[in-house]
Design a protein. Structure first.
Lengths: 337, 337
């Protein structure tokens, strides 16, 4: 199936520019008019052009770590692991957030990377458009991903966490406490990790011979307001749940607020389990029982994999999931009689 | 007072090495034996050698952001601001933590920076030894500091926060609620910001005509256990306080734990105010009244100042303090009758 690699001359002819201009775009030089560059990039993408990776490429001792946003404790923990793994090898970590208008922001980041050069990229992006993806490819450096939430081209090494097993463990914990009416607040369904957590929840209930009424599966968006609204909806059901497994700590926090408003006490009247184990989880009242994602370790492993690729080695494995762990605090108890 | 700038030849003669070796050390080349480099650096330091900063120095489009540790929400907020300000100007931010053994770690970071070059440094270090300081000087790039806690050479531009005014505002708030027995938990006294917060506390009490018994000034170390132990000590006084101003949110959290153990309810039996406004503060039960440090804005301003210096401009001012703000939540109330 693999197509003949197009020559730069062919691309140049189609774009109506000189070969040297195409070469400049491929090599990331900045002295090409934006409109021309865009046109050439489009043609390169159509031709699925991949620059040859030269193993003798000059190292700059830097890798890039790209987040959607830096505005949360989640990002901090990943950075902590990435920095540690890079530091061990004397490599610096350039941190960027492509917030707000991701498409413009990603372009700006790419321009910056082209100008200064990088040895590789650790992506913690939730989504990347095909165009952005091809721009990233055009950099010709290795890429590794932490906790992907969308569908990735399968040649990108990715470190995730055992979301399914985490959903299973959280739900089993509630079943063992004696709950039978267990609801969940799922994250966005377009996000794979949300689906995996809900599937783990379903499996635990199935295995225990419990049915899952469809209306027990609420949908949030990983935010506090999302958890709040969905909890209010769940508690208005004719048979409200006695336990809620929230797909993120933030949504669990929203659940706390809704339950407080309804005059329900956690965990006496209703149990709540979160997912993530953000630093905030231990501060909640009562401290939140939750599923720990090993974010720092995930960042470390993605970085070590990337640095192996930078050194010309193959990543030992394309897709790794590190184990989640149930952290039992004070938000779960047997159901009220 | 300024001494004659020593020639590299003089330094070379004293070190018993060639001028080109000294030049290599000054310019950060790595092909000099570690022992030799150390010796030359020492001599350069003795001579207070400062490399000339050439305005035509080639920019690399990168600045360095150096933390003591990345293990807290505090660092995240600063990074958020630094990245934003750098991003605006298309500059990348290399993030490092010089944890554990700061002296070895700082050297490693410096080696890395020498190898790849940087346009400037934003430091969020609590302390830097004179040796490290001179190594940093030898890089010959501008430096700006966020929230210094020690005594800095006064030619380094620094962005802090109004710690004194914050301590004043927190204490005034408690006085206005009717408290007269107000204790404080200070951070380490060698740290200037701790002193400023306690001085603001004293001034508020003085201005209100209240005396401050010395035993009301407890000492913690900015950690949860520090706040916990000190609170137990304060509550054993013959006249225990009805309100505590903790010099950090972490210490306030420790105070919550001690008070809970003693069966005291916040805020009905005793009021607590923190300092920092970490994301965790809003999750505490009851949500913590605290003094917000504008950490993100501090990072932004330090970065803008640094980038002005990178462009050869003078920083508009050497020392700036951004305003703190009292965030009133649910941990403060009038004293019990």
């Amino acid at each position: 199936m693999s197509r003949r690699r197009p020559t730069l001359a062919e691309v140049a002819r189609q774009a109506g520019v000189s070969v040297s201009t195409v070469s400049k775009v491929v090599n990331g030089h900045l002295d090409v008019a934006a409109e021309t560059r865009r046109q050439v990039e489009q043609l390169l993408e159509q031709h699925q052009y991949r620059p040859r990776r030269s193993p003798s490429r000059r190292r700059v001792g830097l890798i890039d770590l790209v987040f959607q946003d830096l505005d949360n404790s989640w990002a901090m923990q990943i950075l902590h692991g990435v920095e540690q793994a890079a530091h061990e090898q004397g490599v610096g970590v350039v941190v960027s957030a492509v917030r707000d208008e991701p498409s413009r922001s990603v372009r700006r980041w790419l321009d910056n990377v082209r100008a200064r050069s990088t040895d590789g990229v650790v992506l913690v992006l939730s989504e990347l458009s095909p165009e952005q993806r091809s721009q990233l490819d055009a950099l010709g450096v290795p890429v590794a991903v932490v906790d992907p939430v969308g569908d990735l081209a399968h040649d990108v090494p990715a470190v995730g966490t055992t979301n399914w097993a985490g959903g299973l463990a959280a739900t089993r914990h509630l079943i063992e406490l004696g709950h039978t009416r267990i609801a969940t607040i799922s994250g966005p369904t377009r996000v794979l990790c949300s689906r995996a957590r809900v599937d783990g929840y379903r499996s635990a209930l199935d295995a225990a011979g419990l049915t899952v009424p469809e209306e027990y599966i609420g949908h949030g968006d990983f935010t506090i307001p999302g958890g709040y609204t969905t909890t209010h909806r769940l508690m208005q059901l004719p048979e409200p749940p006695t336990a809620i497994f929230a797909g993120s700590d933030m949504m669990a926090r929203g659940a706390y607020e809704a339950l407080f408003e309804l005059g329900l006490r956690v965990p006496h009247d209703i149990s709540v389990v979160g997912f993530d184990d953000l630093p905030e989880a231990a501060w909640a009242a009562p401290p939140l029982t939750t599923v720990r994602q090993p974010l720092s370790e995930m960042g470390q492993m993605a970085t070590r994999t990337l640095l192996r690729m930078v050194n010309g080695e193959d990543p030992s494995s394309r897709r790794v999931e590190l184990a989640t762990e149930l952290v039992t605090r004070a938000s779960t108890a047997p159901p009220p009689r």
